[in-house]
Write a protein that binds this ligand. Structure first.
Ligand SMILES: Cc1cc2nc3c(=O)[nH]c(=O)nc-3n(C[C@H](O)[C@H](O)[C@H](O)COP(=O)(O)O)c2cc1C
Length: 197
């Protein structure tokens, strides 16, 4: 049987969600998936990006990663999304990409696929759960199957105990976080394989 196809799509201004996405991609591969790692394109004006050294450096670092496309969304059996918390919801760069997906949604191409999400935020209670739930709300509209980690592994507790999806403290993606992301990615692969039968 062919491998489950997993799209790991991330947006990251300063690098945290990029690191999370890399960890998710390698864990999904180790769990037996065919993986595409893709970046969500920047939408902020170039002058704004270049006006912050850290933002500019991150943009340069990820320039070689293919931007996520509609073809990637159609190709995948399951989605792993990673994006920062902005005012309690996902960064608008990811929302902008999601808002281009209407034609795929209308023809049912996003239905019956698995979906899981992670985020990062500056503050311990900075809106992490709200961000992940807002992405799950969208996935429900697609007819996707939410694969949250729940409390299905000790790594979830060790990394802060977010059952909705892993959430990093910005800039603080550590080994405990890597274990929780690996568990979330592996669970996505396993559930995707079960769903495909
Ligand atoms: C416009 C803006 C809004 C933000 N809103 C929040 C927020 O509501 N709560 C919070 O804890 N952090 C907030 N942050 C901090 C980001 O979550 C943090 O920069 C991000 O998690 C870093 O991820 P990255 O390294 O992948 O870019 C905000 C940052 C920006 C620039």
């Amino acid at each position: 049987m062919s491998k489950p196809k997993i799209l790991v799509a991330f947006y990251s201004t300063y690098g945290t969600n990029h690191a999370v996405a890399l960890a998710a991609a390698s864990a999904a591969e180790a769990a037996g998936a065919d993986v595409r790692l893709r970046r969500v394109p920047e939408t902020a004006p170039e002058a704004v990006v270049n006006g912050q050294d850290a933002w500019k450096a991150q943009a340069e670092k990820t320039a070689g990663i293919e931007p996520v496309s509609h073809a990637d969304m159609e190709w995948a059996d399951g989605y792993f999304f990673a994006a920062p918390t902005r005012y309690g919801v996902s960064a608008s760069q990811l929302r902008a990409f999601i808002d281009t997906l209407g034609p795929l949604w209308m023809k049912g191409s996003l239905a019956n696929k698995t979906f899981t999400a992670t985020t990062s935020a500056q503050n311990i209670h900075g809106g992490q759960e709200a961000t992940i739930l807002s992405l799950y709300t969208t996935a429900i509209h697609w007819g996707a199957i939410i694969v949250a980690p729940g409390y299905t592994d000790p790594s979830v507790f060790e990394a802060g105990g977010n059952p909705y999806g892993y959430s990093a403290n910005a800039g603080g993606f550590d080994d405990k976080g890597k274990a929780a992301v690996a568990h979330q990615a592996k669970r996505l692969v396993e559930m995707t394989a079960k769903l495909r039968g």
